[in-house]
Design a binder for this molecule. Sequence first.
Ligand SMILES: [Zn+2]
Length: 109
Amino acid sequence: MVAEKMRDPEKGERAMIEGIFEGSPDAVGVAVIRLNCGCRKMAAVSITGEPASKILMYRDQAESICDQCKKDNGDFMRVTEQFIKWNDPEPAEEMKKEISAKVLGVTEQ
Ligand SMILES: [Zn+2]
């Protein structure tokens, strides 16, 4: 098994996150929501916890999202993981908690 031949499923995700940061100068982070089908939902987040971009949906190595997502628009019931990827320099811990709570509806990460 050659390591470099293994596809890194997070590579496309990281590229997307960088693209969102580039297109959203006000963003302090990007909310990443992973769905059980392999598709992702992402949106830039401002310092006040408001969306700083529209919500993007994408599927790694595919031209479009899957049929399930087209139907339910990535229902939250199918979320497997969600987190915020913070921009550098990251906001203070307190601020991060507040933003997370607002964006993801959770107080702990
Ligand atoms: Zn999907």
